[in-house]
Design a protein around this ligand. Structure first.
Ligand code: XLS
Ligand code: CA
Ligand code: CA
Length: 433
């Protein structure tokens, strides 16, 4: 097996004073944070599509990368898998994630495409056994091929719905066979460009029916992982149905799927939706939907889904604070849904992007854990609502509007506003990040 990353040794934790580029300064897998190994908190995964399959194109120009495994043959797919597992080992990441289209060439027929995936699944199985690398999640690419230009489950053509169902079944089988911890559905082109040609009601019903079939199939095959839906507000469609956490919650309730499905929340998608990453994480946790995260960042000036590697510790600390408050990951993890820039041509760029991002996440996790252990923020939050802990005030909630009104008049209430203390809390926050 030839090496793509030749000359790059396995990256090790060398501490903040490390001199070279190829070292972790903060990510120390065995370090205990809040009673758990750092590796088990963060559960890092490499995204196959960005790191192995993406050719470096943008709307103004095509491929900039020249990877020896580019090409639509099974031989190239195997060569790509060799490079992938070499990269996972150099980084020491416990997990990876993939779409079918990232790992196998498209066949001339549906059956051939599924067969190709089957073969690569066997190869992955062998490599995972040899290296100990695990699968965080698998998914189907239901958005790149032109057959999906008007959606997959929401396509007006029933044949496309059926084709997508066969594809998802194949990807769920592969994920199950590889012991995947989750199966993800991002609604690629489930949305619309114009209402003039769109039957919103029918499309939503079909999307609900499709997700129900996925959940039923999960139980049928005994897949123990979580089914995760990934919200995104727009791009590629002008309007995407799975807009944000709150929208997906409404969708799950509408089709009776709450309790069966959780969410994969991406930093860049939260920003596109006009939220912060931590807002989406906190809301998902509060609705019982928190599953996994796609870690990346958008460029704040461009307004696109730029999928860059995270570089901002204070921002990521806000995110991990919510992850820790939610009790941490169970089946989920931190998937780097991030791509290097198209000018970053060298094998070492791929490695260094992950090294830096893993260090940023480690620093953010440690800051978030220190804040939680310090307890000042949580104590202030609790104190702010303490009035509600008194039995006479709990009775307000159990009462009706007229009785509450009478009580307010009887007691001659004239509430005195209290400071929200935001700046004090921000100062506490900044002591730790
Ligand atoms: C695209 C999405 C996609 C999903 C998996 O914007 O982030 O990569 O994570 O299909
Ligand atoms: Ca994503
Ligand atoms: Ca994205």
């Amino acid at each position: 097996m030839s090496s793509y990353f030749h000359g790059i040794q396995k990256i090790r934790y060398e501490g903040a004073q490390a001199a070279g580029d190829f070292a972790f300064r903060h990510y120390n897998p065995d370090e205990i944070v809040m009673g758990k190994r750092m590796e088990d908190h963060l559960r890092f995964a490499v995204a196959y599509w960005h790191s192995l399959a993406w050719p470096g194109g943008d709307p103004f120009g095509g491929q900039t990368f020249e990877r020896p495994w580019f090409g639509d043959t099974m031989d190239k797919a195997r060569q790509k898998a060799d490079a992938a597992f070499e990269m996972f080992a150099i980084l020491g990441v416990p997990f990876f994630c993939f779409h079918d289209a990232d790992v196998r060439p498209e066949g001339a027929t549906l059956a051939e495409s599924l067969g190709n995936l089957d073969e690569i699944t066997d190869l992955f199985g062998q490599k995972m056994e040899e290296t100990g690398t695990r699968l965080l999640w698998g998914t189907a690419n239901l958005f790149s091929h032109r057959r999906y230009m008007s959606g997959a489950a929401t396509n007006p053509d029933p044949d496309v719905f059926a084709y997508a169902a066969a594809t998802v079944k194949g990807c769920m089988d592969a994920t199950h066979r590889l012991g995947g911890q989750n199966y993800v559905l991002w609604g690629g082109r489930e949305g619309y460009e114009t209402l003039l040609n769109t039957d919103l009601t029918r499309e939503a019903d079909h999307a609900g029916r499709f997700l129900r079939m996925v959940v039923d199939y999960k139980h049928k095959i005994g897949f123990k992982g979580a089914i995760l839906v990934e919200p995104k507000p727009q791009e590629p469609s002008k309007h995407q149905y799975d807009y944000d956490v709150a929208t997906v919650y409404g969708f799950l309730r509408r089709f009776g799927l709450e309790g069966e499905v959780k969410l994969n929340i991406e930093a860049g998608h939260a920003i596109l939706a006009g939220h912060s990453f931590e807002h989406e994480l906190a809301l998902a946790a509060s609705l019982g939907l928190f599953g996994s995260i796609d870690m990346n960042r958008n460029d704040y000036q461009s307004g696109w889904d730029t999928d860059q590697f995270p570089d901002n510790v204070p921002e990521m600390a806000r995110a991990y604070y919510e992850v820790l408050r939610a009790g941490g990951f169970t089946t989920g993890g931190t998937n780097f849904d991030a791509k290097i820039r198209r000018q970053s041509l060298d094998p070492e760029d791929l490695i260094l992007a992950h090294v830096g991002a893993m260090d940023v996440c480690a620093r953010a996790l440690k800051a978030a854990a220190a804040l939680l252990e310090d307890g000042a923020l949580e104590a202030a939050r609790k104190a702010r609502y303490a009035g509600w802990d008194r039995p006479e005030n709990q009775r307000i909630l159990a009462s009706d509007l007229a009785s509450v009104a009478k009580g307010a008049l009887d007691r001659g209430l004239n509430p005195r506003p209290r400071s929200g203390r935001q700046e004090r809390l921000e100062n506490i926050w900044n002591k730790f990040v």
